[in-house]
Design a protein around this ligand. Structure first.
Ligand code: NAD
Ligand code: UFG
Length: 335
């Protein structure tokens, strides 16, 4: 089975490529290196001892995509490529709409033209906005609060309409909760540029002394300890969820939506404590104002993915903290 992976050198894409190769899928990787580095390709080869085909280029470029579809008959696509920074999307909405929507539309056109029948799409829990109830079920009302979130929601609509227009196309939307952690080899992980926006990358910078302390955004939320609660999922578990989705969609051309999380929520203070215990490092922190746009609590009902895809996340928060730290240390040693 031949799978096209767009954004395959990114954080989640690279881990998924490793799992696909380990299960003997043939993988065609596409990435324009906007938010990744060529060394990730080398590391994928080192881990798997396999050589997937890699094309450097832009999924928004129809000629580039056409060249790939002419050369390879794909059984399915996993579409990770996109921009993902919430704050940046508020400042650069046009770039976000263009990259995140044109890429999907181009892929759908190629699917039609070349008879590739299956696509798995990276959506996000951000499409639930501020949930009225918890845990979050897939049929909850959808609502977005920033351009990034809106690109995810519009992508979901485009793909639903695409399936509706021809039900022989199978589409699975995966709504990720908060992926963290890294590959156990220490060779793949998350490597954001500059000062990180997200919690785990920020903690890592404090752990290695690049930043003095963690700013915790609010301790007056209606949660166990007042800090924000999220459903953190190990990126390797998340990657395995994609294989379950691929197995499902290769059997029948369904349209369906699945939450991928653990179903458990942890507060910011609980993550800090878990990180300190897992790695024997103190993380100094200071409580700051709430961050605009943050919700108090967000965690998934994971029963649909469990019952239908037989997917269940296995790695706990301590493992996520250990693996993330190991990657960060190895990355520093390699430099
Ligand atoms: P990432 O930025 O690490 O990976 C995305 C990859 O796509 C990068 O390697 C980038 O260079 C590439 N890319 C971007 N635009 C491209 C284009 N036009 N053509 C070719 N390559 C392009 O992000 P990630 O964390 O791995 O996320 C993957 C997907 O999952 C994204 O669509 C993201 O929005 C979504 N998602 C991520 C999270 C998260 O917290 N990481 C949560 C929910 C959803
Ligand atoms: N937090 C801090 N300090 C920081 C960073 C984060 O206290 O320096 C807190 C946040 O307030 C929140 C929690 O840590 O309570 C998690 O924040 P992240 O920024 O790591 O994650 P979010 O849940 O805000 O957002 C992430 C992705 C979005 C995605 C969303 C749902 O960044 O793109 O998960 O999938 F939409």
């Amino acid at each position: 089975m031949k799978i096209l992976v767009t954004g395959g050198l990114g954080f989640i894409g690279s881990h998924t490529v490793v799992e696909l190769l380990n299960q003997n899928y043939e993988v065609i990787l596409v990435d324009n290196l906007y938010n990744s580095k060529l060394e990730v390709y080398e590391n994928i080869k080192t881990i798997t001892k396999k050589v997937p085909i890699f094309y450097q280029g832009d999924v928004c470029d129809p000629d580039f995509l056409e060249m790939i579809f002419e050369r390879h008959k794909m059984d399915a696509i996993i579409h990770f490529a996109g921009y993902k920074a919430v704050g940046e999307s508020v400042k650069k909405p046009l770039e976000y709409y263009e990259n995140n929507l044109v890429s999907t539309i181009n892929l759908c056109k190629m699917m039609k033209k070349y008879g590739c029948k299956n696509l798995v799409f990276s959506s996000s829990a951000t499409v639930y906005g501020s949930p009225k109830e918890l845990p979050i079920i897939e049929d909850f009302p959808l609502q977005t609060t920033n351009p990034y979130g809106t690109t995810k929601l519009v992508n979901e609509w485009i793909l639903k309409d695409f399936h509706h227009s021809d039900p022989s196309f199978g589409i699975i939307l995966l709504r990720y909760f908060n992926p963290i952690g890294a590959h156990e080899s220490g060779l793949l992980g998350e490597d954001p540029n500059g000062i990180p926006n997200n919690l785990m990358p920020y903690i890592l910078k404090v752990a290695d002394g690049s930043l003095p302390k963690l700013n915790i955004f609010g301790n007056d939320y209606p949660t166990r300890d007042g800090t924000g609660v999220r459903d953190y999922i190990h990126v390797v578990d998340l990657a395995k969820g994609h294989l379950k989705a691929i197995e499902k969609i290769l059997k029948e051309p369904i349209f369906d939506v699945y939450n991928l999380g653990t179903g458990k929520g942890y507060s910011v203070l609980e993550v800090v404590k878990a990180f300190e215990e897992a790695n024997q490092i103190k993380i100094p922190y200071e409580i700051k104002e709430r961050r605009e746009g943050d919700v108090a609590e967000c965690y998934a009902d994971v029963s649909h993915a469990f019952e239908d895809l037989h997917f269940q996340a296995e790695k706990d928060l301590k493992q996520m903290c250990k693996d993330a730290y190991r990657y960060n240390q190895r990355k520093k040693e390699r430099k």
